[in-house]
Design a protein around this ligand. Structure first.
Ligand SMILES: [Zn+2]
Length: 329
């Protein structure tokens, strides 16, 4: 990605975080990263805020990650993992880097908040921080996140795994997983996304469909009506809600003066199509910074320079001829 960012014509703006990948060496790795890397520096040559390192996360310590396999019992964070998380958080917080942390279940969230409350106080940490996922966060931990000034980023992972969650934890627990409305009403920053590319599709419409309908891709109803935001609220989470997490409130999330000229013309009206069609919406014209970066009929006359063909050749994207087109599936 840094190589792409160094070329003209970058078609997206990417805010990224450093993700610890190698278990056992995290404390030293974070000491090196916080000494050598520079957050908030745009490395794209031709795009404002095109490629910017924001901070640390969403994995700080591999062993402190509760992998979201709903076919298996909840993982438990052991003392060693918490010890490492404390040390790593101390390093990152003392450098004032923004933090995001992966946490799926209530139990690990409780232990992570124990660590954060202690270390943030110790280091007088006041930067932006957030929990990613938080599918089963309860009321008292939402209050702790709020008291510490944190945000919560939600995704649509359950759109693909909801049936397994339902089978293991039952209808009542599933109805408020994640408790989107409760988190929103608590008055803390909330953003919406997909958790792509490792565990999900990056298609935003699949996430908006999940938030609005509470139904899995297989059609199983998971979320209760009281836990489902309206389409307008879901769109707000996906745009103005999400910009808080990269500190870009002044330049992204709205079509308004002083904001970047980033927008898309859609294949259907998100606000009025039947709910079951939200997931099949596509962009037919995408504009980044005033440049057309993608077009499809009827806007192909505005097409940017043809990209080289999809790699690898066998990629479903190449064969499918589109993105989530239900009529061709
Ligand atoms: Zn994660």
């Amino acid at each position: 990605m840094p190589t792409l960012a160094a070329q003209p014509g970058l078609s997206i703006r990417l805010s990224n975080f450093i993700f610890a990948r190698k278990p056992g060496i995290e404390v030293d790795a974070w000491k090196t990263w916080t000494a050598e890397e520079k957050p908030d520096l745009n490395r794209a040559v031709a795009r404002l805020n095109g490629y910017v390192l924001e901070g640390a996360g969403e994995i700080l310590v591999c062993a402190a990650s509760d992998f979201e396999n709903f076919m298996a019992p909840r993982p438990v964070l052991n003392e060693q993992a918490l010890q490492e998380l404390t040390e790593v958080t101390r390093v990152i917080a003392s450098h004032r880097w923004p933090i995001r942390i992966h946490a799926t279940y209530d139990e690990p969230i409780t232990r992570i908040l124990d660590v954060f409350e202690q270390v943030f106080k110790e280091t007088d940490y006041r930067s932006r921080w957030a929990i990613d996922h938080a599918e089963t966060i309860p009321t008292h931990n939402i209050a702790r996140v709020k008291a510490l000034g944190g945000g919560i980023a939600i995704q649509n992972r359950l759109a693909f795994t909801g049936e397994f969650f339902l089978e293991r934890y039952g209808e009542q627990a599933s109805a408020s997983t994640a408790p989107i409305q409760e988190i929103v009403h608590a008055g803390i920053p909330v953003g919406a996304g997909t958790d792509a590319t490792r565990v999900n599709s990056y298609n935003p419409w699949l996430s908006l469909a999940w938030i609005v309908t509470g139904q899995t891709a297989g059609g199983t109803q998971i979320a209760s009506p009281s836990n489902r935001p309206s389409r307008e609220e879901a769109l707000w989470l996906y745009t103005l809600g999400s910009v808080w997490f990269s500190g870009e409130e002044d330049v992204k999330g709205r079509i308004a003066p002083d904001q970047y000229a980033d927008f898309a013309i859609l294949s259907a009206d998100y606000l009025s199509v039947p709910e079951e069609q939200i997931g099949t919406i596509e962009s037919v014209l995408t504009v980044t910074g005033g440049d057309v970066v993608y077009s499809a009929p009827p806007f192909t006359t505005f097409a940017p320079e043809q990209l080289s063909s999809v790699h690898p050749e066998w990629s479903p994207v190449a064969v499918f001829g589109g993105f989530q087109r239900a009529d061709e599936a």
